[in-house]
Ligand binder design. Structure first.
Ligand SMILES: [Zn+2]
Length: 274
């Protein structure tokens, strides 16, 4: 056997044993200590806990359906269109959007009130969808949590007899929400998110407006979104550069100001209830 093929076999078996996974967006292999099928179990188990922690769902069906329809429109053009996704608006004043493994995407009332168009919302949701698709949480969990929390949970779901210790469901939910992505993953979510939103028919400047809004808010007081989605350097600049070099004209791409006001801002201003 040649040295090259021996190395190849070693590399393949290393990946097989330790859980390497291919990032569908970049094609890169990376170490993933949590297998993909556990994403769905973690999401299913902890979504209700996260909702409780974050003030519950906004009680307006029209608003929830609208957020979901924007999210699903982007999902259809993503690298994992056959996964089941859930988009949920939460009754929480923080300015935030975050995901749970296995297709759960949450956005807060605080964030929704600061946006003004459907394209801006699409920009935020597309960014979150990339985090789900590329399984950035698993990379963050592998990096941050070590032997505790989410890794223990994943090991237990995988059949290992690991005690959960004193970690409560609420504590674990908080830990999952608080996982901090790397700046490299943030950049990937920005750029692939941009491609997703354009493929879904949205004007890509929506995401620049969203990021600029977040930066303005962050200058007044720290915005929660940036504590888990650290700002990669030159965000607005590289997004603008990418839009200019990759996309010619935006004629006909959706901005959706009226619908955003009708389905989100008006209900939120009028005390929400259907
Ligand atoms: Zn992010």
């Amino acid at each position: 056997m040649s040295k090259k093929s021996l190395l190849l076999i070693l590399a393949v078996s290393f990946c097989f044993c330790t859980g390497c996974a291919v990032n569908p967006i970049t094609g890169e292999k990376r170490l993933m200590l949590i297998p993909e099928q556990q994403d769905f179990e973690i999401g299913r188990q902890y979504a209700p806990e996260v909702e409780k922690e974050m003030g519950g769902r906004i009680a307006n069906k029209g608003l929830q359906n609208y957020i979901d329809s924007v999210g699903q429109r982007i999902v259809r053009v993503s690298h994992k269109p056959y996964w089941e996704y859930h988009f949920v608006a939460l009754n929480h004043k923080s300015i935030n959007a975050f995901t749970l493994p296995g297709g759960y995407v949450f956005i807060t009332e605080g964030m929704l009130k600061k946006l003004t168009t459907e394209a801006q919302l699409a920009g935020i949701l597309a960014h979150e969808i990339v985090h789900v698709v590329a399984r950035h949480y698993a990379a963050a969990a592998s990096r941050e949590s070590g032997e505790t929390g989410i890794m223990v949970l994943a090991a237990r779901l995988g059949g290992a007899k690991v005690p959960a210790g004193a970690l409560t469901a609420a504590g674990l939910a908080r830990q999952i929400i608080g996982l901090r992505y790397s700046r490299k993953d943030e950049r990937e979510a920005d750029l692939a998110g941009l491609d997703y939103m354009v493929a879904a028919g949205y004007n890509p400047y929506g995401v620049i407006e969203s990021m600029q809004m977040l930066e303005r808010e962050d200058a007044v007081r720290p915005v929660e979104f940036f504590s888990t989605h650290p700002d990669p350097q030159n965000r607005s600049a590289y997004l603008k550069g990418r839009i200019q070099t990759r996309y010619g004209t935006f004629d006909g791409l959706r901005i959706g100001k009226e619908d955003y006001h009708r389905f989100v801002l008006d209900p939120l201003a009028n005390n929400k209830a259907d």
